[in-house]
Write a protein of this length. Sequence first.
Length: 154
Amino acid sequence: MKASRLRFGMNLWPPFLFAGIRVLEISPDYRYARVRMRLRPWNRNYVGTHFGGSLFAMTDPFWMLLLFHQIGRDHVVWDQAGEIEFVAPGRGTVYAEFRLTDEHVDQVLSQTRSGEKSLVWFDTDVVGQDGTVIAKVRKQVYARRKRDKQLAHA
């Protein structure tokens, strides 16, 4: 699937659409993504700042998607774990960027080459318009080569 088509679909996906999350860019090579969320009445918490669940949701699928498109359909790729640390109140528009490096891809491919699983942690900062870090998000992605039976059905 072309990255532009995926971006379009994600912007219509109800969890993103109704939280006010907008995918601004997914690079054609699936190595980079950028997401924005404006503060709206429907994504504010009780004290008027960004709802923590929306901050986490805006970062949720990207590491898995980028990695999936890099290592190919002969691998199973899933989110394994996630954590978020709230650093400062989010009062305006916030952004998150994801950059998948050659080192990330090489690490996963070398760990899965013999059929073993790979568990890799990826870090993302959610930042305000002025660059202030609002939240630090960590996602652990699981990858493993599909077994022969799985490859036959793929």
